[in-house]
Design a protein. Structure first.
Length: 205
């Protein structure tokens, strides 16, 4: 935790960007009957019956101090999906950076082995040499600022039934482009002094 809090306290440096990555699952749900749209004095109405249309995985990468994010919808979230998403970040979004400080939780796909299982040894090495991994503690995934971005995406974009994968991709793309254009940043307020105060009773003198 303290390693992450130290990382978050550093000033913005485009050569060493801090990028937080996480993913979430979204169930595709289609209305069986047409909904009644919103109108003055009356809320939108949806029938309780719906049809499941499968699920999609959503990768989210956010650079809190720059107000940048990249979001990608995939069919699943296996090791090769994660490795390909990170490769895109490193080779396109952060091609000019010296090192990317990558914040992740401890999901079993979030490790170097995923790159060696997906790419050749040489290609995996070229990607990994530009990454410094920072992992949240177990049961401490709230320390990953990508969760904040995902919560915003859920509230502003995904809080409704979406039954088509192409519609899901389009809606997420429009939402993320608007946030990138506005350079929506994340201000992290939990500091080391806050951790000392909150957790000092657990420390041995």
């Amino acid at each position: 935790m303290y390693k992450l809090l130290t990382l978050y306290s550093r000033s913005y440096n485009k050569q060493y960007p801090v990028v937080c990555v996480d993913e979430k699952s979204k169930q595709l749900i289609e209305d069986v009957r047409k909904s009644i749209p919103l109108k003055p004095g009356s809320m939108a109405k949806y029938d309780g019956e719906y049809r499941r249309k499968g699920t999609r995985n959503i990768f989210v990468a956010v650079e809190p101090l720059a107000g940048k994010r990249r979001i990608k919808v995939t069919l699943q979230r296996k090791k090769n999906d994660f490795a390909c998403f990170i490769k895109q970040l490193i080779e396109h979004d952060y091609r000019q950076a010296q090192k990317v400080k990558l914040v992740l939780d401890n999901l079993n796909t979030h490790f170097a082995a995923s790159f060696y299982e997906t790419f050749s040894k040489k290609e995996a090495y070229q990607i990994l040499r530009k990454i410094d991994f920072y992992y949240t503690p177990k049961h401490g995934s709230w320390l990953n600022m990508a969760e904040i971005e995902i919560n915003m995406m859920d509230r502003e974009c995904l809080a409704r039934r979406i039954g088509d994968a192409h519609v899901l991709e389009r809606e997420i793309a429009c939402w993320s482009q608007a946030r990138n254009k506005a350079k929506k940043k994340i201000q992290w307020t939990f500091k080391k002094k806050d951790a000392d105060k909150k957790l000092s009773k657990h420390y041995v003198a």
